[in-house]
Design a protein around this ligand. Structure first.
Ligand code: ADP
Ligand code: MG
Length: 401
């Protein structure tokens, strides 16, 4: 699959009219509707989601465009510009989980989740285009599911069905990925894609599902949030993610709580007999408190002061949760030594991106320092930088006349 973000550059970003043209070439007619759903970065709050804790993502300008038109033959036909040789055609009455594999599984899962929630999904042609790096930790999968659930729901709404709420769409998009495709995921990515606003991050309580918007405008205060790849692909490495979840669950049981989020005082963790479990739990408890502090600082207009929290998050992920990887540690160190205010690994661990908060005038120096720190053969080739500016949630971008 061609990743549009191998070296992400804004030029060449897909446009609704460009996708409508390609849709016409594929299906011989114009689409009825096009939706855009963004990817996201998570400012802080790693491995807190499945512990019922807090996360603080914001939506990116980059995302997935999905175009649809109804058709009368009861088929769901899907095409992606990023996977031109992997078109798929599925009968909507045969959509059971697992029956469609590859990228088209996400699209089939979106239709399946809508039907499972009681929405009518008639025969539909879908075409997708994206400027999100795929598999880089910017949540192209959730953006894809949110775009397709949204555009299918909007098409049904045109025919008189109730339009689901944004929270409902996020839940269906999560179900498409978790229950249909079978990728274990929480609700953060889909919530960010559906609920964010420009100039805001989303403080999401993964336990209660409650969320609120928190203002963040790096450019207004001369700062940037930059995502830098480390040249190491992110994979849910050989059971490590599942092992961490299991350890958190064990620690919670030993502490007599349902989820680690319920523990707010690290001194309560000393009763844990196993030093590994203690370290895992300490990451979750301290990370939750860092997210809450970051949200408070943002509400007070003090983004620059969040830098220390980001670096503390990285140290905790490296030393207590042990999910960091050498290239991420080197990139974080290099960024800080080049004048960044804070930096941390992002995602599940063992590969992917680091997030750097820096004064705009330190960007070039930080880029040079990070590339220098990673310049060991394969890593160098894959390094890219992307400025993350808090952008709006999913929205309709094109309606046929
Ligand atoms: P991430 O969400 O971090 O980008 P994932 O591994 O969760 O990484 O999801 C990547 C998968 O999502 C791809 O392998 C592909 O199946 C699907 N996907 C994402 N964007 C597209 C796209 N534009 N076209 C086709 N499939 C896509
Ligand atoms: Mg994903």
């Amino acid at each position: 699959m061609a990743s549009p973000g191998g070296t992400p550059a804004a030029e060449g970003s897909p446009t609704p009219s460009g996708l409508a043209r390609w849709f016409g070439e594929c299906y011989g007619r114009e689409p009825d509707l096009i939706w855009h759903a963004p990817g996201r970065v998570n400012l802080i709050g790693e491995h807190t989601d499945y512990n019922g804790g807090l996360v603080l993502p914001f939506a990116l300008a980059r995302g997935v465009l999905a175009a649809v038109a109804g058709r009368g033959d009861g088929l769901l036909e899907v095409r992606s510009r990023q996977a031109p040789r992997e078109a798929a055609s599925v009968r909507l009455d045969r959509l059971q989980p697992g029956s469609v594999t590859g990228w088209a599984g996400y699209a089939a899962g979106a239709a399946w989740a809508l039907r499972t929630a009681g929405y009518e999904v008639p025969g539909t042609s879908i075409a997708v285009d994206s400027d999100l790096p795929i598999g880089a930790g910017l949540s192209s999968s959730a953006a894809l599911c949110c775009a397709i659930v949204s555009v299918l729901a909007a098409l049904a709404a045109r025919a008189g069905a109730r339009m689901p709420s944004r929270t409902e769409i996020a839940a269906m998009a999560r179900s498409a990925e978790a229950d249909y495709v079978g990728m274990p995921c929480g609700i953060m990515d889909q919530s960010a894609s559906m609920l964010c606003e420009a100039g805001h991050a989303l403080l999401l309580d993964c336990g209660s599902g409650k969320s609120s918007l928190v203002p963040i405008d790096p450019a207004a205060v001369g700062l940037q949030v930059v995502m830098a790849s480390t040249g190491v692909p992110h994979v849910l490495a050989d059971g490590q993610y599942a092992a961490r979840r299991e350890q958190c669950q064990q620690a919670a049981e030993l502490l007599g709580v349902a989820v680690l989020r319920e523990v707010t005082d690290v001194s309560a963790l000393t009763v844990l007999p196993d030093p590994v479990l203690l370290r895992r739990a300490r990451h979750v408890v301290t990370e939750s408190s860092r997210v809450a502090q970051a949200a408070r600082l943002l509400r007070a207009g003090r983004l620059a002061d969040c830098g220390g929290l980001l670096s503390a998050s990285h140290a905790s992920l490296r030393d207590d949760f042990e999910v960091s990887w050498p290239a991420a540690d080197r990139a974080v160190e290099a960024a800080l030594s080049a004048g960044a205010l804070g930096a941390r690994m992002t995602g599940g661990g063992f590969g992917g991106c680091v997030l750097v908060l820096l004064p705009a005038d330190r960007r070039a120096a930080a880029k040079e320092a990070i590339c220098g720190a990673l310049a060991d053969g394969a890593a160098e080739a894959g390094v890219w930088f992307l400025t993350a500016e808090p952008a709006p949630a999913a929205r309709e971008v094109w309606v046929s006349r």
